[in-house]
Ligand binder design. Structure first.
Ligand code: MOS
Length: 745
């Protein structure tokens, strides 16, 4: 097993194209005769549509088409989910738009206008006159407690079953120290820099579609089903994505409306959601309400953890709730355990995953509660975690494939200067600023999917890596290209890449920090096969200096096939191709991950340490320093991996201090559906972030590369570490995110 080609940090192959604006995002394709669509969305929830007057909209110069349920209801079909994350498909809404008069949530699509220019389309959209009936007061997630009785078991594709091990009630009753607390996290709306955009055009029965997605194969199959064509009739191209974070993982029906408009008009149509529309149709991470009980003996050893969660979901969504307790069974050693998830339906737009789905909000509750337990016991919070260190998954007893969490704690604690922390809250003060330190554990499951990739050697001396999987901004395309370049011994500028095309060998979805550990091994296997293929072509060719050698006596590096025992003997691979009259030699391979539920529990680990300053006079919280360490197997590219971890931490700073979707209690609309009012962390909110990657390959989780993933775990535990640091700084315990000045004062 050669790992020599891994762990370097070549810059992103697409970096220059992105910063110069040359990179083509989904909505940047501008085919001939392109028309532009705009959506009309309901401003408030409830009340059926009584009538729609499109006269004024039609009168706008350039308007080509107005689509409503009344005049020309589009023939949409429901997308039936198939859960395979390589070649399945899914949609995240049960409500098909423009099928009837009922308004289920503010932001629901009620009409589509298509015109010659985007300006004309938007202007006409504003002139579509919709008359709505009277509506009652909507039920919204701000009022969670009052409606817990409406909670139901989640029915989404990946929702966990209730889990009980041991006798939690008996253990709690027998414990001397019990933390019993409720934590809440708010709805968080997706705010990727690239809004959801698509360009659809038909040539006969064949649809060419550029659309912002994390899953080209799944998206293409969903669109095909929604508009009623065969999978093979959809060609989806989307190599460059401006951030996914879960908000582009699921198919959304506006894409099908764009495709159907194009079919009606017999010309290509482009539709880009406005930022406000992204806040609704790009969907939100569900608000959560989590009841945690931690029961321990006087030595801090846990006797019971109970983690009962509710998520606020849409009445018309497919019920995606946050699996907040997903990691609770792996985190700490405990005698008894209970984890349950319920969802509560509200009159709001559909919910969907967001970075560190479930586990991000879940870790806020568990890691805050651990901090509260440490305070109660008079124990250092890090010491408490070491006393409860889990050596195996609780309940099942499965061992971890790898766990280097002690090393993470150790490194990150040293780098933040944990030993200087005062256990007494509000003990450190600099002028008006109270200074505090906090920490939390991070963990996230390591999953992988079946994935295919192809590597080609081309007659011009370059090589190409190809897969349907796309790079959603993580740098994964650079990682795959780098893996192939290193194996083939070619510089990066002789590498080509072709990602994000559903007709290429089927790679997996870019989600769940799983893609690099899925597509990466497929690339690695394809490399070996293409080397074997070119070796065979050479040795079987009488005109080659390698003629007559066995295939395995020949290797490839620096663009040359050569004899292993006599490296000077050989020739350029391009020469071999030329002699055979070939323009390329291609090899394809498939990676199949170890089955989930196998003999080991596959996890990634981390430690988050934070220093905050809280301004005593205003309650303003500033994150002053972050020191974190992560164990996620083999690091494939130090630069892109660090970028993912830092990005996750920045996400967590936003979740801890800033982000909250706020609903108007009467209209049910988001009052902050813009980037001016929905606050995300900006440079001014983010300090120097010190990240250590312990870089220990895990060949049980990933036999080929030893790599797991790092896209999600940076956002786990960070909000709790910040809230715990706020407690250390001020003595104020915040159980409801975000931590805003008014919560502290
Ligand atoms: Mo990620 S939230 O699984 O796209």
């Amino acid at each position: 097993m050669s790992t020599v080609h891994m762990g370097g940090g070549p810059p992103r192959a697409d970096a220059m194209a992105k910063v110069t604006g040359a990179a083509a995002y989904a909505a940047d394709r501008l085919p001939e005769r392109l028309a532009h669509a705009a959506l009309v969305c309901a401003p408030a929830v409830g009340g059926a549509i009584l009538g729609i007057d499109t006269t004024e909209a039609h009168a706008v110069a350039g308007v080509l088409h107005v689509m409503t349920h009344l005049e020309n209801r589009p023939a949409l079909r429901r997308v039936e989910p198939e859960s395979d994350l390589t070649s399945g498909r899914w949609a995240h809404e049960d409500l098909l738009p423009l099928q009837g008069p009922d308004i289920h949530y503010a932001g629901q699509i009620v009409a589509v206008v298509v015109a010659e220019t985007p300006e004309e389309a938007r202007r006409a959209a504003g002139l579509v006159a919709v008359r709505y009936g009277q509506a009652g007061k909507p039920s919204l997630p701000g009022n969670f407690e009052a409606v817990l009785a409406d909670a139901i078991k989640p029915n989404g594709m990946f929702d966990a079953e209730d889990l009980v091990h041991g006798d939690p009630a008996a253990e709690i009753a027998a414990s001397s120290q019990v933390v019993d607390a409720v934590y809440t996290t708010p709805p968080e709306v997706h705010a990727a820099i690239e809004p959801h955009g698509c360009v659809a055009g038909w040539e006969g029965e064949r649809l060419t579609l550029n659309t912002a997605t994390q899953w080209p194969v799944g998206e293409a199959r969903a669109v095909a089903q929604a508009v009623g064509v065969d999978d093979a009739q959809v060609h989806l191209v989307n190599p460059v994505v401006g951030g996914g974070f879960g908000g582009k993982a699921y198919f959304r029906y506006h894409v099908a409306l764009c495709a159907l408009s194009a079919r009606v008009l017999d010309r290509p149509v482009k539709l880009v959601l406005t930022r406000e529309q992204v806040c609704y149709l790009g969907e939100a991470r569900p608000a959560t309400r989590q009841h945690l009980v931690l029961a321990a003996g006087p030595d801090g050893r846990l006797r019971a953890i109970t983690h009962d969660s509710f998520s606020a979901v849409s009445r018309v969504g497919t019920g995606y709730g946050e699996s907040t307790g997903d990691q609770t069974p792996v985190l700490y050693s405990t005698r008894a355990l209970r984890v349950t998830h319920r969802v509560v339906p509200f009159d709001m737009a559909t919910t969907c995953p967001m970075r560190a789905p479930g586990v991000g909000p879940g870790s806020f509750a568990v890691e805050s509660a651990m901090d509260e337990l440490a305070v109660r016991l008079g124990l250092d919070p890090l010491e408490l975690r070491l006393r409860c260190y889990s050596e195996h998954e609780q309940g099942t007893g499965r061992p971890f494939s790898a766990k280097h969490l002690r090393e993470c704690y150790d490194v990150a604690a040293r780098r933040i200067g944990w030993s200087s922390r005062s256990p007494v809250p509000a003990a450190r003060r600099r002028g008006d600023w109270l200074i505090g330190l906090g920490m939390a554990t991070a963990s996230f499951y390591a999953i992988a999917s079946r994935a295919r990739a192809a590597v080609a050697l081309l007659a011009d001396g370059t090589a190409e890596v190809r897969s349907s999987a796309n790079d959603i901004g993580t740098g994964s395309s650079t990682v795959y290209t780098q893996l192939a370049a290193a194996r083939l011994g070619l510089p990066m500028d002789r590498m080509r890449q072709a990602f994000g095309d559903n007709t290429a060998p089927a790679g997996s979805i870019a989600a769940g920090q799983s893609q690099a550990g899925s597509v990466g091994p497929a690339v690695a296997e394809a490399e070996e096969r293409v080397v074997a293929r070119i070796a065979r072509l050479a040795v079987e060719d009488a005109a080659s200096p390698l003629a007559g050698l066995a295939g395995d006596q020949v290797d490839l590096a620096d663009g040359r096939v050569f004899a292993r025992d006599e490296p000077a003997l050989g020739e350029e691979f391009a020469t071999v191709l030329a002699r055979h009259g070939l323009d390329r030699v291609v090899a394809e391979a498939e990676f199949r991950p170890p089955p989930s539920g196998g003999s080991h529990s596959l996890q990634c680990w981390g430690a988050q340490f934070v220093e905050v300053g809280v301004r005593a006079s205003s309650g303003e919280v500033r994150v002053r320093r972050v020191a974190s360490a992560f164990d996620f197997g083999q690091v494939l590219n130090t630069r892109t991996a660090r970028n993912q971890l830092v990005g996750g931490i920045v996400f967590g700073i936003g979740a801890a201090l800033l982000e909250r979707g706020d609903y108007d209690p009467h209209a049910g609309s988001l009052v902050n559906a813009s980037l001016a009012e929905y606050l995300v962390a900006t440079h001014a909110d983010v300090p120097e972030i010190d990240v250590t990657m312990v870089n220990r390959p895990d060949f049980v989780a990933n036999p080929r590369l030893g790599a797991k993933g790092c896209g999600e775990i940076g956002n786990v535990g960070i909000a709790a570490a910040i809230a715990n640091a706020v407690f250390n700084a001020t003595g104020v315990r915040v159980r409801d995110l975000p931590v805003r000045p008014e919560t502290i004062l």
